[in-house]
Design a protein around this ligand. Structure first.
Ligand SMILES: Nc1ncnc2c1ncn2[C@@H]1O[C@H](COP(=O)(O)OP(=O)(O)OP(=O)(O)O)[C@@H](O)[C@H]1O
Ligand SMILES: [Mg+2]
Length: 265
């Protein structure tokens, strides 16, 4: 039972009134977004609606012109991705940012490879790195036959799984994924969605950007719709359906167009 005296749980992420322009383009016109611990939020909207920009603001890759961000109730200010990482926010980009010519384990540990002392010198501890890589992938239910394979030889789905595993290895509280299933085959999509289920069940908040609305209905708790740099609707997954979400995405487009057309006549 909740009444006014029951304090609402503090959201993991609370973004309020975020604005951002690139030159003359107003990409974000006052976006507000909340995600609870362990919640999966689907972020949808037409091309150019501002989904990637708002997620880059949260991951520290884009500095907003205005608005506030709170993590677990604490006001934060991110100037670069390292700042967001310190607050346990990780983002998996669509371009994946893996190194093709480095093997699976090397990609998972890129920049923080385990070392050992040999004759007073620090050297890469290959065995430890591959052992930990295997454990990491196994723990997430990811099947990669050999951690010694260069990632250029992996399938799209396997590469996506490696990129997500790398992000998870930083121990995020918030994981943002921008179109993680856009280029994947059906079975690979299912594997990524299963990964989302596993991660969120462990308490990580997930923000999932996707044009594949059917995927969102399989894993999201809530869907937030953006249009031209603003939030236009927010729905719990159990209280909406595919048709309504499509309508919310394109309906605004057509109503805005007809309003403009009417204004011009
Ligand atoms: N670095 C940038 N410089 C100039 N304009 C930008 C930049 N980043 C984004 N924009 C513009 O901001 C708007 C929002 O872009 P954004 O990439 O956030 O959209 P999106 O919702 O992710 O779209 P999509 O579904 O196509 O990925 C677009 O008009 C885009 O051209
Ligand atoms: Mg985008």
């Amino acid at each position: 039972m909740s009444d006014e005296s029951t304090p609402r749980p503090v959201p993991r992420v609370r973004m309020r009134n975020i604005v951002k322009s690139f030159g003359a383009v107003q990409s974000l016109r006052g976006v507000s977004l909340e995600v609870a611990p362990g919640e999966v939020l689907g972020l949808v909207g037409d091309n150019g609606a501002g989904k990637s920009t708002v997620s880059k603001v949260l991951s520290g890759a884009v500095v907003p012109d205005g608005g506030t961000i709170e993590i677990d109730g604490q006001a934060v200010h991110f100037d670069q991705p390292g700042d967001a990482r310190r607050h346990h926010i990780e983002m998996v980009y669509q371009d994946l940012s893996l190194c093709d010519t480095i093997d699976v384990a090397g990609n998972l540990f890129l920049g923080r490879e385990p070392t050992k002392r040999v004759l007073g010198v620090n050297v890469l501890d290959h065995r430890k790195m591959h052992r930990e890589a295997r454990q990491m992938l196994q723990g997430l239910g990811i099947r990669i036959p050999d951690t010694h394979v260069d990632v250029e030889h992996l399938s799209g789905g396997q590469r996506q799984a490696i990129a997500i595993s790398r992000a998870i290895s930083f121990g995020p509280k918030v994981l943002i994924m921008d179109e993680p299933t856009a280029a994947l085959a059906v079975a690979e999509v299912e594997a990524v969605l299963e990964l989302v289920r596993v991660i969120s069940a462990s308490g990580v908040s997930v923000i999932l950007i996707s044009h594949r609305l059917q995927d969102l209905f399989l894993v999201c708790d809530r869907i937030s719709v953006m249009y031209e740099g603003k939030n236009v609707a927010d729905r719990n997954i159990g209280e909406t359906n595919l048709e309504e979400v499509v309508e919310l995405i394109v309906g605004h487009k057509f109503s805005a167009r007809s309003a403009r057309a009417l204004a011009e006549h």
